[in-house]
Ligand binder design. Sequence first.
Ligand code: SAM
Length: 499
Amino acid sequence: MGEWGSCPVYTGRLRKKASVRPETRREWQAIRLPVGNSAPITRRDLFALTFGYLPLAAQPADQPDALSLAEARPVLDDFSAELPAGLSGDPLTAASWQEWATAHDREIRSRLQRGDADSIVNLLLFGTSFTAQPRCTIQQVEAAGGDAEAASQLIRARVRDFAAAVARPGTNERLLFAAGWLHEQGADPVGPAAASRIATVLLENTLRVVREQQEYNRAIAEAKQKEDAAHLFIERSSLYRGRGLSLDTSFRPNYGIERSLAEMQSAGLLRQVHRAAVLGPGLDFTDKRSGYDFYPVQTLQPFALVDSLRRLRLADSGGPAVAILDLSGRVLRHVRRAVDQARAGSAYTVQLALDRDTQWRPATVDYWRRSCAEIGTEIEPLRPPPGAAVRMRAVRIRPDVVRLLEPFDLEIVIQHLRLPDERRFDLVVATNILVYYSPFEQALALQNLAAMLRPGGVLLSNNVLPEVPGVPMHPAGATSVAYSNDPDDGDHMLWYRRV
Ligand SMILES: C[S@@+](CC[C@H](N)C(=O)[O-])C[C@H]1O[C@@H](n2cnc3c(N)ncnc32)[C@H](O)[C@@H]1O
């Protein structure tokens, strides 16, 4: 611990000793759990059952369910002075709560569209599959000072190549996605005057992303000046609450997760993980930090988690079962396709990129070198395009590992899976997701997470979360990890234990 600054686990709005109120405890016990399994159990399932990891697909009872008013009550009471409009007026009834929750769920899901727009901007600036132009950074566009003309000069050649490529995307999944997105924006890639309409839409969105980035930088700089490290971390933990929901992912947080798992194991907090969940695994489309598009779109975190759990002997060689909880249709379709293909015997290949121009810590490089080795076979990676300063590894992940994943469409602020006790999770991993929400929404999410964890189960999050009386999740420790020598390139991984 302590490698990456100080970690304020018990500070700010957090309360050290949140007690479970008796009435809340009753509410928890009163939750009706669906039981029964009408799906036929195969010999393989019986084998799995013996070892404690029944593939999640076999259980039709695991349905997403919205938080009831009774379940939300501790959070509503604790945030009574800062409730969002729609919850603060007349006393709430079950019906008015449900109405608000349904509308809020819809509002959160609608933020995916703006996240998609951000992904397209990343592809435009960093992509190399559609252009020979050098990669461009947000910082370079920022240096244009929000001046549309200067920014457009900088990215003009890229925009031109992008417009030509989306008109003929072929089988390039990123360009196909971009073409569909442009169509939705009223800039049909093959229509008349397509290039100029595309240029307008891309420039508008690039400037918006740059403006947003400048605001985040300003907020962080202000917090750094005014506050101590603890408050800075709290400020950062909700930084993206107004932003579009991005799907970005890279290998970085997976190293932080492995370190945390090892420390939780040493602390006796984690023994065996039979059932885990990854909340928001994301898709490596064109990550905003590393930003490559020369390999297929991929997901990493679920595989990295299984790999780490097996390496640490926290899961046996046939497990764990891993629920994939996400609201993004793109993420869910991607995982579903991988699982379907694995059922037909196909492996899933991950390409692991390590930038050469980052001053990585040796331990990060070690992790990159061994990542996924427990669950697959090292193969020749795809060759980076000329000029890309990146080292590559690739691992072909065995189909039996891919089949451990089971995707669920779930929006964590409002929903959880109703799970019978024996199917609750030992571990939930949630990195770079709760930062998109306000403390009130994070508290609701914590209540939903508590409903899916077994007592003693652990949540790992790289954001500090509010501690609310009546929400049975308590801080239990933290791991601080530096990925590179950049002082801003690290994570505080907080451990929350379901009491
Ligand atoms: C920025 S990505 C993080 C990916 C990965 N966890 C990582 O750390 O690299 C955020 C992920 O969370 C998902 N997500 C965002 N809000 C969510 C919500 N309210 N409920 C479920 N999933 C959500 C997104 O769809 C995406 O998969």
